[in-house]
Design a protein. Structure first.
Lengths: 536, 54
């Protein structure tokens, strides 16, 4: 029986893309970035980056995905081949498979941490009093941060069970497909997350001054800690880099996800309004919820002296898994709010991890002709091996951090740059402008296309070079200093090699099946039209 | 919290809420997509196990 996959509804694809974007970063990374980079002043480069980098790149991905999807391709290798009008371009698509696959391998582990913490709040084992060192110790033990292989000991079997359950949930929904799986889950999960976050927000906003001996540790001062602007930060390139980076990672641009999700749209389904809506939903979770909960709550219970060292670690884990449990311990009803908070993070993580599986499943199905259960089984095996690697090499989260840097950070910049150049210089902004407005319910000025062609890639390149300049020397040095870092790098290289091989095979199949015939025919018509024009 | 802090917080939240409200209002006020208007993509992937997916 022949099957095509399409989104069931307009709001369904919006919620799915928003779900992919909304994750731990909205609630943990964003608040820390604001607090560290000039407070409220950070929002100036933040919104500028949203307008110049984030939203335009989102529109480019949505447009290219739908264009290729209506021509029968839903995986990045096929999409790039169609967009670039040559089967050779499929190899670039390997990166768009590598990124979601490798990120899923460690993201699912973090997802299991969130569920584990939620369960720990239910049974009361995380109510350890007002003592950041205790939470640090708990986290290190929980994630096996002390020694490699420590998670495979009997005392951690409960975590392994939670990880297995998390895997099962992900594959249950991914197996059900785009409409019955991803869309159905996101239609429930996204509103659910709003409710959970608003409950916690309400608790934080009404907490008052819980410690009468420390009247300065109150909500207003907590908001001030985060939002009082230091405009001198705007003279630092670090602030602008941080803002651009935050927008970039927050909107899930360059993950290979949006381009896959939008490929299931029909030809006249809107992408302009949908893309803008999904982005604005992400901003709502980030600015209106994340921006009002995490730091103010932490300030109220830890104060400046307790909070500042944690913020300065620049670690989302520290903020999320050490500072906040300390907060819930001191909060009336903290056990239930702690559960709600970590359960919300777990749900946010699932909507993101599902989106990382779908691009690879789509490739296995259309590139290798596998049926869904076979594709899911093979993907399950590969991702289990990867997650197992992360779980085993857990000391100081070396494997996780390595994959997060090379693929989850550097890789994103590379893919986003590839997509920006393909859209602006190969697909073409005139064609892009027409495609973007097919079925569109809003009008985007052509100025946005010019920005996509010239400004966005330049801005992205500047950010990329600065990011590389600041981080690459140290990361390259670690390859020779730490064998786990080297092993993780080799593991990623092997996965990339494997994907390149599969992409090569897929391309041969597609050519033999005549999947590119229509594309070549279009090219032929274009060439004939051009020749006719030239001869006039 | 300083006045500037209140301004930055309010402007940021209002900007995002305004954009989201505009988008959601537009999306939710559009007529539903009719099923028979859906165009099938040119190539259909034969996964063969659709009945088993449930």
């Amino acid at each position: 029986m022949k099957q095509t996959e399409n989104w069931g509804s307009r709001i369904g694809v919006i919620l799915a893309v928003a779900g992919s974007a909304v994750g731990l970063g909205n609630f943990l990374r964003f608040p820390g970035q604001v607090a560290q980079n000039g407070g409220g002043a950070f929002m100036v480069p933040y919104f500028i980056s949203l307008l110049i980098l984030g939203i335009p790149l989102c529109w480019a991905e949505w447009t290219m995905g739908r264009y290729a999807g209506t021509r029968g391709f839903h995986s990045a290798p096929g999409i790039f081949a169609v967009i670039c009008r040559t089967p050779k371009a499929r190899y670039l698509g390997s990166i768009a498979l590598l990124i979601p696959l490798v990120i899923y391998m460690y993201y699912v582990v973090i997802e299991a941490w969130c569920l584990g913490y939620a369960i720990s709040y239910l049974d009361g084992s995380l109510m350890l009093g007002n003592n950041p060192e205790e939470y640090d110790k708990h986290l290190t033990n929980y994630i096996g941060g002390d020694a490699d292989g420590s998670l495979l000991t009997p005392s951690h079997y409960d975590f392994l069970g939670i990880l297995l359950f998390t895997f099962a949930i992900n594959f249950f929904f991914i197996y059900r497909g785009v409409t019955k799986g991803i869309e159905t889950f996101c239609r429930i999960a996204m509103p659910g997350m709003v409710i959970l976050a608003v409950v916690v927000l309400f608790r934080v906003l009404t907490i008052g001054t819980p410690n009468p001996e420390k009247p300065d540790q109150n909500l207003v001062n907590g908001l001030g800690y985060m939002w009082n602007p230091d405009f001198t930060a705007l003279t630092s390139s670090q602030t602008w880099l941080a803002a651009a980076g935050q927008i970039f990672f927050s909107l899930s641009v360059g993950f290979g996800v949006i381009i896959n999700y939008s490929s299931y749209l029909r030809r006249n389904d809107d992408v302009a309004l949908s893309g803008l809506t999904a982005s604005s939903m992400n901003e709502f979770f980030e600015v209106c919820l994340g921006g009002l909960i995490t730091i103010p709550a932490a300030f109220i219970f830890l104060g400046v002296a307790g909070l500042t060292p944690l913020v300065e670690t620049n670690s989302s884990f520290v903020l999320g898994f050490i500072a906040l449990p300390n907060v819930f311990a001191g909060m009336p009803g903290g056990q239930i709010f702690g559960f709600l908070w970590f359960f919300m993070l777990f749900v946010a993580a699932i909507t993101s991890s599902l989106s990382m599986l779908q691009p690879v499943i789509a490739f296995f199905e259309e590139g290798l002709g596998l049926k869904r259960h076979a594709a899911a089984a093979i993907l399950g095996l590969i991702s289990t091996i990867g997650a197992g690697f992360i779980v085993f090499f857990s000391k100081n989260t070396a494997a996780l951090d390595t994959m997060d840097f090379w693929v989850g950070s550097l890789g994103l910049y590379v893919l986003a740059m590839i997509q920006a150049v393909i859209y602006g210089w190969i697909f073409g902004i005139r064609r892009g402008h027409e495609e973007l407005h097919l079925g569109s319910h809003i009008r985007i000025p052509f100025f946005m296309q010019l920005m996509l062609k010239y400004v966005t890639p330049t801005f992205l390149l500047v950010v990329f070079i600065a990011f590389g300049y600041e981080t690459l020397p140290k990361k390259i040095a670690q390859l020779s200093e730490n064998p786990v870092v080297l092993a993780s790098f080799i593991f990623m290289a092997i996965v990339l090699g494997f994907l390149l091989l599969l992409v090569h095979i897929a391309g041969i199949r597609w050519i033999k099946e005549g999947r590119f015939d229509a594309m070549f025919a279009e090219q032929g018509v274009d060439l004939m039209e051009k020749a006719a024009e030239d001869s006039k | 919290m300083t006045t500037a802090g209140w301004i930055m917080l309010t402007l940021s939240v209002v900007t995002v809420l305004s954009l989201l409200t505009f988008c959601l209002t537009k999306v939710l006020s559009l007529p539903p997509v009719e099923a028979d208007e859906a165009l099938v993509s040119n190539y259909e992937v034969d996964t063969g196990d659709t009945e088993d997916a449930d």
